[in-house]
Write a protein that binds this ligand. Structure first.
Ligand SMILES: Nc1ncnc2c1ncn2[C@@H]1O[C@H](COP(=O)(O)OP(=O)(O)OP(=O)(O)O)[C@@H](O)[C@H]1O
Ligand SMILES: [Mg+2]
Length: 277
């Protein structure tokens, strides 16, 4: 199994949108995919139509509890559709898991051992949606998958958040877990791009920064010239509508132009992936 966590220490940039649609496109490419929602807000759970299980009695806390017989398999739901994939939902009480991981001596290792490892033979890919704040839940997902995708908007606050995330989360985890292979960025994904001059300025700065190598071709300024669409994931009302309907973009509109971009992202993620987990 391979894994990826969608992370950025900033709210509302499109983490959940990217996690859902990346999972869906990885499934469309023929993979068995599991999406795990470790954001206590439960947006990914909601966004694939499982708002009802957000209030279920059993959730990840029970899987982590040695005294409880709940297995990760017990929590799995299936997101139906032409490219079906599975979901382990969030829960309205998920913040408790954050506290427990914080208190535990080796919370990240326990999280991997009890939640991820039992599913290794079942799935080709596990995709984590993470909360906008760096904390035990986000760290546990990043440590479990060892690889991240970073969505951002082409704005100064997002670029600052990228630097913050790399420094305060990825480098900090690499330092703390120095015996392991370093955590890798598979792709930075500019999202909600409209094509104004401020965005061009920020993209240009990214292309000339230490983060340049994480920008796949479809995210680059040259994509302004090579396709009529412009680079990155574009601002499209269909994303908000599909979220409201509780389905991935492909199930909402199979002819949406951004599906191809997500297929490219899935391709990049598969090609760049290094870690079997
Ligand atoms: N490319 C896009 N075009 C239009 N709307 C988008 C796009 N991407 C995301 N959105 C919308 O923007 C809002 C925030 O997106 P999303 O929930 O994916 O962000 P997030 O980073 O997961 O937020 P949070 O930090 O709260 O978890 C949602 O309403 C979503 O539908
Ligand atoms: Mg989210």
């Amino acid at each position: 199994m391979q894994g990826v966590t969608v992370t950025l220490q900033k709210g509302g940039v499109g983490k959940t949108t990217v996690a859902i649609n990346l999972a869906e496109r990885l499934a469309a490419a023929g993979n068995d995919v599991l999406l795990i929602d470790v954001d206590p807000q439960g947006s990914a759970t909601d966004g694939v139509g499982f708002d009802d299980v957000y209030v279920a009695d059993k959730y990840l806390k029970h899987v982590l509890d040695e005294q409880d017989s709940t297995s990760p398999e017990d929590l799995i739901r299936t997101v139906s559709g032409p490219n079906s994939f599975d979901l382990i939902p969030s829960n309205k009480k998920l913040q408790r898991v954050s506290h427990e991981l914080y208190e535990a001596e080796n919370g990240e290792a326990e999280f991997y051992r009890r939640i991820v490892a039992p599913l290794r033979a079942t799935y080709d890919w596990v995709v984590f949606d993470s909360p906008p704040t760096i904390g035990p839940l986000s760290n546990a997902a990043v440590v479990a998958t060892r690889q991240v995708v970073v969505p951002l908007q082409l704005s100064k606050p997002s670029a600052d958040a990228l630097l913050r995330t790399v420094t305060n989360q990825l480098f900090a985890l690499n330092r703390r877990l120095s015996g392991y292979d370093p955590i890798e960025v598979l792709s930075i994904v500019p999202n909600r791009v409209k094509g104004d001059n401020e965005e061009k300025h920020v993209l240009n700065a990214l292309e000339n920064s230490q983060f340049e190598s994480y920008l796949p071709p479809f995210t680059r300024a040259t994509a302004y010239e090579s396709s009529g669409l412009g680079p990155g994931i574009r601002e499209r009302v269909a994303f908000r509508r599909s979220y409201r309907e509780g389905v991935p973009l492909a199930a909402y509109d199979s002819s949406a132009d951004m599906l191809e971009r997500f297929a490219t992202l899935a391709d990049v993620v598969e090609k760049e992936s290094r870690a079997s987990i």
